[in-house]
Design a protein around this ligand. Structure first.
Ligand code: NAD
Length: 453
């Protein structure tokens, strides 16, 4: 579909006022849910074709989460839309104040390929709940999912929600237009392009970017917590899309003395659970596969591999791989990995992890497996990241009452649940006064007496 025409139609749909009503928002959210329920098999199929995702993983990470998000929005929509009364100072008496959530207008959503259905629907839920017209640009690197969205969204939703398929040149064309909001999920490289284009029209942006999410491992001296720690760490590295997730664990920090035990336990876990390619998503694209294999071109990095390291260029599968202390200035420790390679970095004392994190870019999430309350407090107070999860990983994504988003290099703007609604709304301040009391001291002529007020 021609970009110019799509933008024009979306603008006309918004200007018609149709998207503002409660009934429109509710009907469109219900339509989103109908797609998820009625087209389940097609969604599984698209995710299998694009990423080799097992349908159970697809349900856990995309479909199931989305049904929950739509239900949550439907349940709370009326409350979110209601004006919020606020206190006003005595000097305004008599007056009332309220905040009214106003739709932003026509919003442009870019999604990425790793959760191509989830990361398209999740912001869409917020944009629709907030009463906007939407143009969605899915990633060309997940073509089956992109085609699914382009076919089904127009069938189920009305003319106010549109899908534009295509590669970066289509993204560039879309960015030439004026939007009321751009919501972008993707790399920081393209995030910078988005922000530059948005600046031209003073368009607000949300950037959901990536980064290197560390996990501090401090539970290996506690026999009863070791197994759960390993399950959760392995699940957050080799489980979701084979590490191709913005909130996947990127690398581990552990005390020197526990490193051999940690590596042994992870090796055993891989052999037990993550060896079968049937359970693994493949690397999305040759280019990303190449990028990951290039990490090992550095001989010092290759020498640090203590498990795995085999790459199948035909099937685009990479074996779960563990690296022990690759050089900190190597590419694998400077760039977001976004794949099944797991560096383990040893420290003299686990408390050194605080300094380690403080001097690096702010990640999307910091994970810490510890029962030490003092360490937890230090992680909260002395480091900076989009979020922190203690003693688990990835699960924070499913908590609608917590904001999801980055800070610094990992992006800005929060969504999920009510935060999504706010992200796509303008909180308009309304002050209502009456004509009852009029204080002349507000106006000139000025004299010392008026200072008393
Ligand atoms: P990407 O930046 O390459 O692409 C994202 C989107 O931007 C795609 O739709 C793409 O077509 C479009 N695009 C690419 N170049 C463009 C250009 N020049 N002009 C306009 N549009 C353009 O990202 P990706 O490879 O799809 O995703 C991987 C990155 O996304 C990783 O860094 C990952 O951490 C991040 N990510 C973040 C989150 C989050 O929620 N924070 C979630 C998933 C992925």
């Amino acid at each position: 579909m021609e970009v110019k025409r799509v933008v024009k139609e979306a603008r006309e749909a918004f200007e018609s006022g149709v998207t503002r009503s409660y009934s429109w928002r509710r009907s469109q959210l219900r339509a989103l849910k109908a797609i998820l329920l009625e087209k389940e098999a097609d969604i599984f199929n698209a995710l299998k074709l694009d990423l080799g995702k097992h349908r159970i993983e697809a349900y856990r990470d995309e479909l199931g989460l989305l049904i929950k998000s739509v239900d949550y929005a439907l349940k709370n929509l009326k409350k979110w839309m209601a004006p919020k009364k606020v206190d006003v100072p005595l000097v305004c008496f008599p007056a009332t104040g309220e905040i009214v959530a106003e739709p932003l207008g026509v919003v442009l959503i870019f999604s990425s390929w790793n959760f191509p259905i989830g990361l398209s629907f999740e912001p869409l839920v917020g944009a629709i709940a907030a009463g906007n017209a939407v143009v969605l640009k899915p990633s060309e690197l997940a073509p089956a999912s992109s085609a699914f969205l382009a076919t089904n969204l127009p069938k189920y939703l009305d003319n106010s929600v549109k899908v534009v398929e295509g590669a970066s040149h289509i993204g560039e064309q879309l960015l030439e237009h004026k939007w009321d909001k751009i919501f972008f999920t993707g790399s920081s490289r393209v995030g910078r392009i988005i922000m530059t284009a948005a600046a031209k029209h003073l368009t607000p942006v949300t950037l959901e970017l990536g980064g290197k999410c560390p996990a501090i491992i401090d539970t290996l001296s506690r026999a009863r917590d070791i197994e759960v720690t390993i399950n959760r760490v392995a699940g957050a590295k080799w489980g979701p899309c084979s590490g191709q997730a913005c909130i996947a664990i990127d690398y581990l920090l552990v005390e020197e003395q526990f490193a051999p035990l940690l590596v042994d336990l992870l090796k055993a876990k891989i052999k037990k659970t993550y060896k079968d390619p049937e359970n693994s998503a493949r690397i999305v694209h040759k280019q990303h596969f190449q990028r990951l294999s290039n990490f090992l071109n550095d001989s010092a990095v290759a020498a640090s591999v203590v498990y795995g390291g085999s790459f199948n260029a035909e099937s685009l599968l990479i074996e779960p791989t563990i690296l022990l202390n690759p050089p900190l200035d190597s590419e694998i420790m400077r760039e977001e990995i976004f794949g099944p390679l797991l560096p383990v970095i040893t420290l003299k004392k686990i408390e050194d992890s605080i300094e380690f994190l403080k001097v690096r870019p702010k990640p999307l999430v910091i994970y810490a497996f510890t029962v030490d309350e003092k360490l937890k407090r230090r992680v909260i107070e002395e480091t900076s990241s989009g979020s922190i999860t203690f003693n688990d990983a990835m699960l924070q994504f499913a908590v609608d009452s917590l904001p999801f988003g980055g800070t610094g290099e990992s992006g800005f703007g929060k969504y999920h649940g009510k935060f999504s609604f706010d992200q796509f709304s303008h909180g308009k301040a309304i002050l209502r006064r009456s004509f009852l009391i009029e204080l002349s001291c507000r106006y000139p002529p000025w004299n010392e007496w008026k200072l008393q007020f």
